[in-house]
Design a protein around this ligand. Sequence first.
Ligand code: HEM
Ligand SMILES: *[C@@H]1O[C@H](CO)[C@@H](O)[C@H](O)[C@H]1NC(C)=O
Ligand SMILES: *[C@@H]1O[C@H](CO)[C@@H](O)[C@H](O)[C@H]1NC(C)=O
Ligand SMILES: *[C@@H]1O[C@H](CO)[C@@H](O)[C@H](O)[C@H]1NC(C)=O
Ligand SMILES: *[C@@H]1O[C@H](CO)[C@@H](O)[C@H](O)[C@H]1NC(C)=O
Ligand SMILES: CC(=O)N[C@H]1CO[C@H](CO)[C@@H](O)[C@@H]1O
Ligand SMILES: CC(=O)N[C@H]1CO[C@H](CO)[C@@H](O)[C@@H]1O
Length: 546
Amino acid sequence: MDLFHVAWLGAILVSLVLWKLFKQVSARQISPLRDIPGPPNVSWLWGNSKQIFKADVAVLQEAWTQQFGSTIKYKDFLSNDVLYTVDLRAINHILTHSNEYRKPEIVRFKLAALLGEGLLCVEGEQHRQQRRVMNPAFGPAQIRELTEIFVEKAVQLRDVWRQSVCKDGNSACINVSSGLSKMAFDVIGLAGFNYDFDSLNSQKKPSELTNAFKALFSQSTSKPSILQVLSCYVPFFRPIAKAGSVQKSISIAHDLMKHVGLQIIRDSEADIMRMAELKNTHKKNETMQGRDLLTVLIKANMDSNISESHRLSDEEVLAQILTFLVAGHDTTSNGTAWALYALSQAQHVQQKLREELWSVPTDNPTMDELLELPYLDAVIRETLRLHAPVAMAKRVATKDDIIPLQTPYTDTRGKVHDSIKIPQGTYVDIPILAINRSKALWGEDALAFKPERWDSIPTDVQSIPGVWGNMLSFLGGPRSCIGYRFSIIEMKALIFTLIRGFEFELAVPASSISASRGLVQRPRVRGEEEQGAQLPMLLKPCTPRL
Ligand code: HEM
Ligand SMILES: *[C@@H]1O[C@H](CO)[C@@H](O)[C@H](O)[C@H]1NC(C)=O
Ligand SMILES: *[C@@H]1O[C@H](CO)[C@@H](O)[C@H](O)[C@H]1NC(C)=O
Ligand SMILES: *[C@@H]1O[C@H](CO)[C@@H](O)[C@H](O)[C@H]1NC(C)=O
Ligand SMILES: *[C@@H]1O[C@H](CO)[C@@H](O)[C@H](O)[C@H]1NC(C)=O
Ligand SMILES: CC(=O)N[C@H]1CO[C@H](CO)[C@@H](O)[C@@H]1O
Ligand SMILES: CC(=O)N[C@H]1CO[C@H](CO)[C@@H](O)[C@@H]1O
């Protein structure tokens, strides 16, 4: 390209950006949102986003709602408006109208480049179809079958930790993040698509699939380039950013994934066919695999009550494998890490829980046995309330809408509104953590870890529109977490096994543990943030008193 062309290209780019900005500024002048109260915008380019990013998760928004009321507005990158409301009626409206409030490009961009057309990334009719085919795989009957895997891997983790303790005498300092993360990875491999990563086994060399996933994940957590960020707001940049992000390492990993993934799919299909044949000849094969999510999903996809046009393609099925991994690995493992953290800070709760767990006569409980333990249930609920692994969800309005409110808001001119007029293209932040911890909803002790509160929860709390346990940790509505039963039983199996087997104490002062601000909240040690997720704990083995 000569200088002339470069100059031309530059001029086109500049005018496109100017046009986009002009449209945004003029839209804002007449925007119905302009009078919603909120913090002053600090930067034209960044809006309030830098402030928010620097603060602990949800803390600034909470301060703003206290100052300006339950419905506020702040500014994102390029001064885009973000609506933020802790009004339960408004949140319910947004969550149940998932077709009108979709995931914005900024969230989808990286996910979609990595995952393709998985349940997390698709929208509209395609989402409805996928969800219908996938729902049976996540039902209670299916999770009952998977409980054995959860318990088996939890016991393996306990034994790995026991060995480190033996080496070091009668207690050991262990970074529990590491083991929990491997355990959850192994579980999602086996329970998700019948693939044994066996990463808890330190003797084993990582398989090629493990390495491919690692390569993909390191890409997904790297910082987005400025081009990628821009492309989320200015569609013109998308093809360029996309071309740039498909780097060599990623595409090699993708090819490998596809190769191995399709093999897994073919094996599952063959298994299903064989199973059907055996059924015809009235023979049973108890050892046959076929309980994993992928097999059940493929089975549902082959069922005659799904019409040809509604079946998922190979590409779509393949995308679910990656989706299970991304959606089900970090969330569950970090949730469990937070449970151990909370229990280490409330030793009386830990002891009371241990007494309950020791009353169970087996190391290998079934799902029903796990569900029968009320204090374990309260501990898991309380953990997910206070330490929701996903702290915030983002949406964008795809058309003009009116959001009903429970509590009216007063605009900056003093006028009272009992609904919000929201123009197409407005971003909405859904305050998962802030609702979970709201003093107005949960009472003055909202920030305390008190499993006992679940014996009788306040009536206001019962109107929180969450899919599980009167909280938003798994969100609500048609786009709520499809894997919530899976992760709750997995967490229960883990806490059951670990609390029966060890006493946990934090190995550093509690004040030095902080939550990171990424997509998934994870514990880190202050001053050692660059080490990533870590939770150093002192483990002392103990055995059930029978
Ligand atoms: C403690 C653990 C977990 C938490 C806190 C959690 C939380 C969430 C949240 C908040 C969403 C909504 C995200 C959004 O729309 O912005 C979601 C969606 C999803 N989760 Fe989970 N999740 C957990 C575990 C799992 C597990 C174990 C799986 C799978 C095995 C899973 C699979 C999914 C999928 C596929 C979606 C997309 C659903 C859809 O859009 O229809 N999650 N999860
Ligand atoms: C928590 O999440 C981070 C990144 O999101 C991940 O590196 C880590 O393995 C996860 N699990 C634990 C237990 O830290
Ligand atoms: C602790 O474990 C996590 C998860 O595997 C890992 O990312 C982190 O580097 C570990 N931290 C230390 C200090 O070993
Ligand atoms: C039952 O399944 C196992 C594992 O898939 C297989 O090795 C065995 O041959 C099967 N038995 C029959 C009778 O098909
Ligand atoms: C198809 O039939 C199966 C039972 O054979 C049922 O579980 C499933 O819900 C049905 N799916 C649809 C979409 O109706
Ligand atoms: C859209 C908007 O109100 N932008 C203002 C944000 O604040 C800067 C000054 O810090 C103003 O120049 C912008 O007009
Ligand atoms: C929004 C929110 O929940 N903020 C609080 C979260 O909890 C910490 C302490 O646990 C408080 O410092 C925040 O104000």
